[in-house]
Write a protein that binds this ligand. Structure first.
Ligand SMILES: Cc1cc2nc3c(=O)[nH]c(=O)nc-3n(C[C@H](O)[C@H](O)[C@H](O)COP(=O)(O)OP(=O)(O)OC[C@H]3O[C@@H](n4cnc5c(N)ncnc54)[C@H](O)[C@@H]3O)c2cc1C
Ligand SMILES: NC(=O)c1ccc[n+]([C@@H]2O[C@H](COP(=O)([O-])OP(=O)(O)OC[C@H]3O[C@@H](n4cnc5c(N)ncnc54)[C@H](O)[C@@H]3O)[C@@H](O)[C@H]2O)c1
Length: 471
């Protein structure tokens, strides 16, 4: 016999988890189906653990730079304890996940720890670990099943010891620093882990297929990050493609083509990290049984109200395609709870949607790469805009801290003075970007920021000076 729910959530991601609590608290009979762990990728294998590990990497980096600040340590004696670093990461993840589990329980959500698959547009079958199954039906179904790392695709990879073939999840469980880590892919995952492992003491080589790191970023910013990572001792091979791999001692020999049409070369490494993108968790769902359409890349197609092609089925977070960020998934939760749960306010508000949503993000390299709005290359008519660029070495706070690598760049509308986009590759770039985000949200012209009184010596103070570079 099936159990009927008013709201059924598939996947405990960054939208589904709070949505389940919100529905349950509003008095709806609600269930959440999760096949691996409550709180999804972000908490268990994404943002939380990586930013915790990166904090250890930052301390290692600063410890080695002690003498630059007059703090006398022997650079060569700075050692890392990978088991301790991993335990610190595990503890923080456990505590965050525990918080999510507790909130679901307190809200009265039925949590079903198993894999969900559609039977039809109202029915889902849950398969539990032991093989038992349960059928549930629901008035509304929300899919928040996220993505996972694209599988390692390289001729010969199956012959390697699986312990040295890593993805963004397994690399976080290493108990020692790799001797020579080769990273395939220079996207967000690739650059964050590459710099982290270098700081912890590994030799690191990055193979990036495209002609710049982080292909979606402004080329000038990407080049600036490239130079910073090179300065930190990373080998970065652009326009390079892995061709094949074979076991070599305890590690491997990687054959790759360097540069477009360049010669075939070899690289000896101890561990290989595949960071060449992520794929949606949709196969297990049997979407066709519920008539849910996907786009050409396999992501669930939704309209701006997050409705799928099947009435009363919604998709949230990464499973509906990029941008794939926790805060975007969380905003999907906000949109649906606003549209579907009656508000306590007496005056009705318009339906929320994803239309014109601002998408800020931060890549947690050091310095951080933070961005919001449009890039210069995304604006078709160059005559309508003005661009300002300023090196971080003009920022007093960055100089005083001796973390002045990087640059910032803003794009404004020439006529209205409104800010269209802002990037900061600089220390605490995410915090500075948030200041500009506020201005963009409020429709504040750049001149207002130029004239504002900012506390000295804050990073925000640089917003007095940046606009002097508008060309
Ligand atoms: C290494 C790494 C670092 C990242 N760092 C950041 C960062 O710093 N900042 C940021 O904003 N974003 C970051 N991200 C991206 C971020 O983690 C995701 O955008 C975020 O987790 C949103 O995911 P989601 O809500 O779509 O679902 P997810 O968090 O992916 O959760 C989906 C859940 O669904 C479950 N599931 C899948 N299929 C089924 C099924 N059939 N039945 C039941 N359950 C199922 C999965 O087990 C999972 O728990 C990072 C990602 C990675 C990999
Ligand atoms: N700080 C953050 O917010 C953060 C951190 C990590 C991940 N994420 C999210 O996760 C998403 C996925 O990140 P990702 O880095 O896995 O994917 P990605 O798609 O951003 O980057 C993959 C990179 O690999 C390269 N590539 C692909 N195939 C290759 C090959 N065969 N050889 C060499 N290079 C190859 C691509 O050119 C690209 O640069 C991101 O887009 C982001 O939304 C966010």
């Amino acid at each position: 016999m099936s159990t009927h729910y008013q709201a059924l959530i598939l996947g405990s991601g960054q939208a589904g988890t709070p949505l389940a609590s919100a529905f349950a608290k509003a008095g709806h009979k609600t269930a959440l189906i999760e096949r691996a762990h409550i709180a999804g990728c972000c908490v268990n294998e994404g943002c939380t653990p990586t930013k915790t590990l990166i904090a250890s990497g930052h301390v290692a980096y600063l410890a080695k730079r002690g003498p630059d600040y007059g703090v006398l340590v022997n650079r060569d004696e700075v050692k890392v304890d990978m088991k301790k670093i991993r335990q610190r990461k595990r503890d923080i993840v456990d505590s965050f996940r525990g918080g999510s589990e507790r909130r679901l329980k307190e809200a009265g959500v039925d949590v079903l720890m198993g894999e969900g698959a559609f039977v039809d547009e109202r029915t889902v079958k849950v398969r539990f670990e032991g093989g038992e199954e349960k059928v549930v039906t629901a008035d509304r179904i929300f899919v928040n099943t996220g993505e996972r790392p694209a599988p390692a695709k390289l001729e010969g990879v199956e012959k390697l010891d699986p312990k040295i073939v890593l993805d963004s999840t397994s690399i976080q469980e290493l108990d020692e620093v790799p001797e020579h880590l080769v990273v395939i892919g220079g996207g967000y995952v690739g650059v964050e882990f590459a710099q982290l492992m270098r700081r912890l003491g590994a030799r690191v080589s990055v193979l990036q297929r495209g002609k710049q790191l982080l292909p979606r970023e402004d080329p000038e910013i990407a080049k600036c990050l490239f130079d910073i990572l090179k300065e930190d001792g990373l080998d970065i091979l652009l326009e390079s493609q892995a061709v094949g791999i074979e076991p070599h001692g305890k590690g491997f020999k990687l054959k790759y083509q360097e540069g477009k049409g360049g010669p075939e070369k070899e690289l000896i490494g101890s561990h290989i990290l595949f960071a060449a993108g992520r794929i949606p968790n949709t196969e297990a769902l049997d979407l066709s049984a519920a008539g849910i359409k996907t786009n050409s890349k396999g992501y669930i197609a939704t309209n701006p109200f997050l409705e799928t092609s099947t009435p009363n089925i919604y998709a949230l977070g990464d499973v509906k395609g990029p941008p794939a960020f926790t805060h975007i998934s969380y905003d999907d939760f906000r949109i649906l709870s606003h549209n579907l749960l009656p508000s306590s306010s007496s005056s009705p508000t318009p339906k929320s949607s994803t239309t014109n949503r601002l998408v800020p993000y931060v890549v947690y390299t050091d310095p951080q790469l933070a961005h919001i709005g449009l890039h210069e290359h995304e604006i078709p008519d160059r005559k309508t805009i003005q661009v300002a660029k300023m090196p971080m070495s003009y920022v007093a706070r960055a100089l005083e801290t001796d973390e002045s690598r990087g640059m910032m760049k803003a794009v404004v509308n020439r006529e209205t003075g409104l800010i269209l986009g802002f990037t900061c590759l600089g220390m605490e770039g995410g915090e500075l970007m948030a200041v500009v985000q506020m201005a963009m949200m409020g429709g504040v012209r750049w001149e207002v920021l130029q004239r504002a009184v900012w506390a000295h010596p804050s990073l925000a103070e640089s917003l007095n000076n940046l606009w002097g570079f508008l060309e």
